[in-house]
Design a protein. Structure first.
Length: 383
């Protein structure tokens, strides 16, 4: 398998890198975090102008026609800058789901608006009782007249507090945890019966608890066929996991770099602490964890076209490794920085929080190790 970037991928990498270096400094990010929405509309507009919002979409739709490697390039760059804009929620999770499920009219209406930065969306999927299980859905959508009525509650909806529209996963058939019977609906975030309680997350992002109380939507709010959203949903979640893994590697890289720079400057007993062999060994271990995480993320990003079972194995393996390596790097960075590593004014503390929290988005290390074990057991049984 060839892991070398193509000319187009290198150009994309340079574009994201330049944007993050020039405009997304630590101080600029802190100002964005203090804003009411928790992200910058100006930065979002820059993403649109540079074509970053169109990476996973076809050229016919005005996109970049990118796949896993291209998404990895963008997300890793965003990780280096700790970007807080709703790229994962709008483009990766909702955008690709609409692209996979929507009819021609829905795609013509929504995808250009996403690419142009005019519409922001959030995926209302997970529920408190189901934790990371995306098939545990109690939220219901029942037919009424020419449309549907949605009732239920969604937990920790990423950027759900500021989204213009919500892509709601609701049950139109089957039992609570059944794979069949899940449907996706487009719901205006300001529709009657939609209640959002927004809050900031530990890693600087925004999320919301959302309640749907007799929310009426027309028939054309349904994406795809009724009860058949699961395959497209899991494809979008796989893309989301790749983006998260890549973002984590970008953040890990900066955490390693900042830690190395710090121990070269910090002096004890008249010499830089980086001269101590024990600390040099710890820095090497951090770099080794980074390379393990990056390598398996590359493998996962290049696996979108393989058999679904193998793709899921590789993606879960990558997410589990990210959880392990990320925690190691975050903890070592804080240890080597000492008390400075715990201060909000120190950038490495923000990188550590983001790295650790990525483990908990879309399933933590324990969840994906269990999933990987189940997938291996199934494949072994089939053989």
């Amino acid at each position: 398998m060839d892991f070398k970037f193509s000319d187009e991928q290198r150009m994309l990498e340079e574009t994201v890198g330049r944007l993050v270096r020039d405009t997304y400094t630590f101080d600029a990010r802190n100002k964005i975090l203090d804003s009411e929405q928790g992200f910058s509309k100006e930065v979002w507009g820059q993403f649109a102008e540079l074509g970053l919002l169109g990476v996973p979409f076809s050229e016919e739709a005005g996109g970049f026609n990118g796949g896993g490697p291209e998404l990895m390039v963008v997300a890793e760059g965003f990780g280096r800058g700790l970007v807080v804009e709703p790229y994962l929620a709008t483009v990766v999770l909702c955008g690709t789901l609409i692209d996979g499920l929507g009819n021609d009219q829905q795609k013509e209406q929504l995808i250009p608006a996403i690419i142009g930065g005019e519409t922001r969306l959030a995926l209302a999927l997970h529920e408190a009782a189901g934790r990371y299980n995306h098939t545990h859905v109690d939220t219901s959508a029942k037919k009424e007249g020419d449309g549907y009525v949605i009732n239920g509650e969604k937990a920790v909806v990423l950027h759900g507090d500021s989204a213009d529209q919500l892509v709601v996963i609701a049950r139109t058939g089957g039992d609570t945890a059944a794979r069949d019977g899940l449907s996706a609906f487009l719901v205006d975030a300001s529709a009657d019966g939609v209640t959002r309680k927004g809050y900031g997350t530990i890693d600087g992002l925004r999320a919301a608890e959302i309640t749907f109380s007799n929310v009426k939507v027309p028939a054309d709010a349904l994406l795809g066929e009724e009860g058949s959203a699961i395959d497209a949903l899991e494809n979008s979640l796989d893309l989301g996991l790749i983006a998260l893994c890549a973002e984590a590697t970008g953040a890990m890289e900066v955490a390693c770099d900042q830690t190395l720079e710090y121990i070269k400057e910090r002096q004890q007993f008249g010499v830089p602490i980086g001269k101590f062999q024990a600390l040099q060994h710890r820095m090497v271990e951090m770099r080794m964890e980074l390379e393990k995480a990056r390598s398996i993320t590359m493998l996962a990003a290049c696996s979108l076209d393989v058999k679904p079972e193998l793709r899921k194995k590789r993606i879960s393996a990558a997410k589990a490794q990210i959880g392990k390596s990320g925690r190691k790097i975050a903890e070592e960075a804080i240890q080597l920085f000492g008390g400075m590593g715990m201060m909000e004014e120190t950038a490495v503390s923000h990188y550590a929080k983001r790295i650790v929290m990525i483990d908990h988005w879309l399933g933590d290390r324990e969840y994906h190790l269990t999933r990987l074990e189940q997938l291996i057991d199934v494949s072994d049984h089939e053989e």
